[in-house]
Ligand binder design. Structure first.
Ligand code: 1PR
Length: 553
């Protein structure tokens, strides 16, 4: 007998739904898991977060005997919410997994985003939704951005117009939410969409209360006939926001406590006194503060991760677990992600190491030193992927959107580009001896060792190996507050098609607009100015909006 604060979760075990669980709990609900087909028969409110690939989802649901009970549940008129793949599976089928049949509840097929339009695929980030009619799910929140991560999408057509609840632009219009009767589904991730996402989940879990909390009335009356589905506001090819990311460099201090620290050009020790590790606060509290202040993502970098064994790094895993209960935007964790052997001699693959972090609440892992080795080995093999690297193995299991490569480059000036084997650029800031060219040397172990590979070549290699995003630091600019290295961000973002996160050097809001105006960066990350409360995240966002740069406010 279920209380009205209980929701059933259909987690078919193909991936991590920890953040969905956390969001449901945050809204005051308890979760009952579907263990067997009869649990669907007795469910009174069902959430179906789709993870993994389309074919795999259908295969597992069939093996577990859940397809027919799920269809019966949906037909029964009891409340249903599908998330991401949980929306796509309602359609007739998908191009993904070599053309695969879906549940066939909504007319139409799911297809891949057009990769020839010059827009990065997967579609990752905060985009707009344009509701086609009123609903408890989206009323009062339809003008706010939500977080998407996907490569396939359903498109609106006259045959599914009575289902379409909102559409979104990304190189064309796709279906971002559907609803008919008590059946709803969303392509975005409400559990990662900040307070907007929690409001949307609340609109599903307790519609009456949620609508009252959002201002009492349903915002828009139901449209008489939504056919054909209307188009989103004219915002160019997409309304994807430029992301602002707060980064927490974490390490143990000399007393052994995990603290947020921050260096200047990677030196995290106080300049005076006993040269203690700088302590800027507690990781979980600071991350929660950034979530509340509007960070689009939060990143933790365990800066001594190259020394530690993740499988024994209980404090960092605990930080993630506790953070993911309070932070409802994407969480990245880096430091020490690679295949390793622990002190008892047990070996773990990179995917197993990453799995430990994903289970603890991370949405993405960031690979630093190991990516440099991987890129060098890739070029040594003549530019052929061989499946052996952490990047390849983790992206094969969790998708490329879950794999970030963090680059720690240092600027090297040259007078004659022909004299070095690296891709150089003519720099806007000539060197100390008037050198007009430079390249950026990659380093490992937090800048301690330089390697004979440039940041541009590294970025290209890791894209080929299956990384989904580049976190582009710059040792020279780190903590200096004079702005991002625009030459570097420009060179790397031109060299790859995956999103590039500009990092290191932000000192004021103008540095963010500068990097977005003059480079192809998809996101910008800062640490020191946020930790020291010199600049607020909201202040950065407002400045971007004033500069006509799309931002999630
Ligand atoms: O090599 O896979 O174990 O990963 C280690 C990770 O730790 C890498 O992502 C590497 O960038 C990071 N790291 C290692 N040493 C340091 C250090 O500072 N001594 N921090 C370090 C990197 C750079 C950014 C920083 C921005 C913005 N920190 O994270 O937050 O530069 O700072 P700012 O806004 O204050 O200028 P592996």
């Amino acid at each position: 007998n279920s209380s009205n604060r209980e929701v059933t979760l259909l987690d078919y075990g193909a991936g991590n739904v920890r953040s969905v669980r956390n969001a449901i709990k945050k809204l005051g609900y308890t979760i009952r898991d579907v263990e067997k087909p009869s649990d669907l028969v007795s469910a009174e409110k069902l959430i179906f977060p789709g993870v993994g690939s389309y074919g795999q989802a259908i295969r597992i649901l069939s093996q577990k005997g859940l397809v027919a009970p799920l269809k019966d549940y949906i037909a029964s008129g009891r409340p249903f919410l599908g998330i991401c793949l949980g929306l796509q599976l309602l359609f007739e089928g998908s191009e993904e997994s070599g053309g695969c049949e879906g549940l066939g509840i909504i007319p139409g097929a799911v297809t891949q985003f057009d990769t020839t339009l010059g827009l990065p695929v997967p579609h990752i980030g905060w985009n707009n939704i344009a509701p086609t009619r009123g609903s408890a799910l989206l009323d009062g929140v339809g003008d706010r951005r939500v977080y998407f991560v996907h490569s396939y999408r359903a498109t609106p057509s006259p045959t599914n117009a009575d289902w379409v609840l909102s559409t979104t632009q990304y190189g064309g219009e796709f279906v971002s939410a559907v609803n008919r009767g008590s059946v709803s589904a969303v392509q975005f991730h409400p559990e990662k969409s900040g307070s907007t996402g929690l409001d949307i989940l609340a609109g599903f879990l307790h519609p009456e209360e949620a609508v009252a909390a959002r201002g009492g009335e349903r915002a828009a009356p139901p449209a008489p006939s939504p056919s054909p589905a209307p188009t989103s506001p004219p915002s160019g090819p997409h309304g994807l926001a430029k992301r602002v990311i707060a980064c927490l460099d974490v390490r143990s201090n000399d007393q052994g406590d995990l603290v947020v620290t921050k260096g200047d050009q990677y030196d995290v020790r106080e300049k005076e006194g006993g040269r203690d590790v700088r302590n800027l606060g507690k990781p979980v509290d600071l991350a929660a503060r950034y979530f509340e202040e509007g960070a689009d993502e939060v990143a933790f970098l365990n800066i001594t991760g190259f020394r530690d064994c993740v499988m024994e790094d209980a404090p960092m895993l605990e930080v993630l677990r506790r953070t993911s209960e309070r932070v409802f935007v994407p969480l990245t964790v880096g430091g020490g992600i690679k295949a390793l052997t622990d002190s008892s001699g047990r070996s773990f693959s990179a995917a197993e190491v990453a799995a430990e972090y994903f289970r603890s609440g991370a949405d993405k892992v960031s690979i630093g030193s190991d990516a440099v080795d991987a890129a060098q080995a890739y070029y040594a093999r003549g530019g052929v992927p061989d499946g052996s690297t952490a990047i390849e193995q983790i992206s094969a299991v969790y998708g490329k959107q879950a794999v970030v490569v963090s680059i720690d480059p240092r600027r090297v000036y040259v007078t004659d580009p022909a004299a070095v084997p690296h891709a150089t650029v003519r720099t806007s800031k000539p060197g100390p001896n008037g050198e007009e060219f430079c390249w950026w040397q990659c380093t490992v172990k937090g800048g301690r060792e330089g390697r004979d590979i440039g940041a541009v070549e590294l970025a290209q290699a890791v894209e080929a190996l299956g990384a989904g995003e580049i976190l582009l630091n710059c040792i020279d600019n780190d903590g200096v507050g004079k702005g991002f290295d625009l030459d570097l961000v420009d060179a790397v973002s031109k060299a790859v098609t995956i999103p590039v996160i500009a990092s290191s050097g932000a000192g004021c809001p103008q540095h963010f607009s500068e990097v977005f105006h003059s480079t192809g960066a998809a996101a910008a990350l800062a640490a020191g100015i946020f930790h020291r409360r010199e600049v607020g995240i909201e202040q950065v966002k407002r400045h971007l909006a004033e500069q006509n740069i799309p931002a999630r406010l």
